[in-house]
Design a protein around this ligand. Sequence first.
Ligand SMILES: [Zn+2]
Length: 370
Amino acid sequence: MTLFIRALAACLAVAGLGSAVARTAPATASADTYSMGDFAQVRKYDAHVHANSQDAAFLEQARADGFELMSINVDYPDFPTLALQHEAALKLAKSDPARFHWATTFSMKDFGTPGWAEQVNAGLARDAAQGARAVKIWKNVGMVEKDADGKLIMLDTPALSPVAEQVRALGMALIGHQGEPHNCWLPLEQMTTDNDREYFRNHPKYHMYLHPDQPGYEDQIAARDRFVAAHPQLRFVGAHLGSLEYDVDRIGAFLDRFPNANVDMAARMSQVQYQSVRDREKVRDFFIRYQDRLLYGTDLTFGPDADPAEFRREAHTVWTADWRYLATDESQRVDMINADVKGLALPRVVIDKIYYANAVRVFAPAKAPE
Ligand SMILES: [Zn+2]
């Protein structure tokens, strides 16, 4: 558990894992909805994981629970090197190409020097030829990387445009994680989830409320939106509910504005549950209205030091807790928001899309360069 949670900190603020400790008795599922008994049989796709080890345990659990995986490589200092992540992805994809899919990424090293974009683009073409289906841009763009003048590089910098165009030309999706949960810009006592509170208490460096000199929440979101607007043909996936996790209305407005954008739910389920405890119908309506644009994802991270058996148990626990919430009307205790949360009992047709069909469409195989 410790290793697992630590690994999840890659996305700063671990906001999503349903932690069920108590349940009510199962309600009888209607013909329109799935039950817990359907969990293993229904085709599912976790659109946001990090398989950072060549060990087969993650794939084995995915097989047992009926999941395909999109494993996302990230230029994150606490992860294995990009070369090792790439190696793990190739090996796992080779062992089960129908179930294991991967997203590549690129380093911001030497950004701003002549030939940088050409070099990155050549690498992306190689990765696409090797089977990568998407490209990740992490929050280091916007929050860490600086230009020669010492200014933070924001996602909408024109120098990243050729890379975005290459991702589009290769027929891949671009997964963007920009900014942080809204809680990151609030004082600890105003945060909505315990996991955010704990994370930012322990990592004041990343707690933006303490750094008013840095770009604000709206600055990050606006830069991301300008980027998406500038590349309307690009299939864009806003990781972590597009960092708009605190308000389903805002996620909806983002999806309305950008028809080629989608969002994944990775590590933000408790933020959604926080809202559904207050207005279940509103959140349920959101899922139904945007059923073609939402990708189920967890941020499960399997590092090289993790115990395979322990990780498999954790993955199964997370996946079943989320299924209970999204697919059934059963209640479960969610410690992170200190509340009993009743499931949304989304219609089967909606579950089939957010758990599978949307990811298959968004992460279609890459094509040969134009
Ligand atoms: Zn992640």
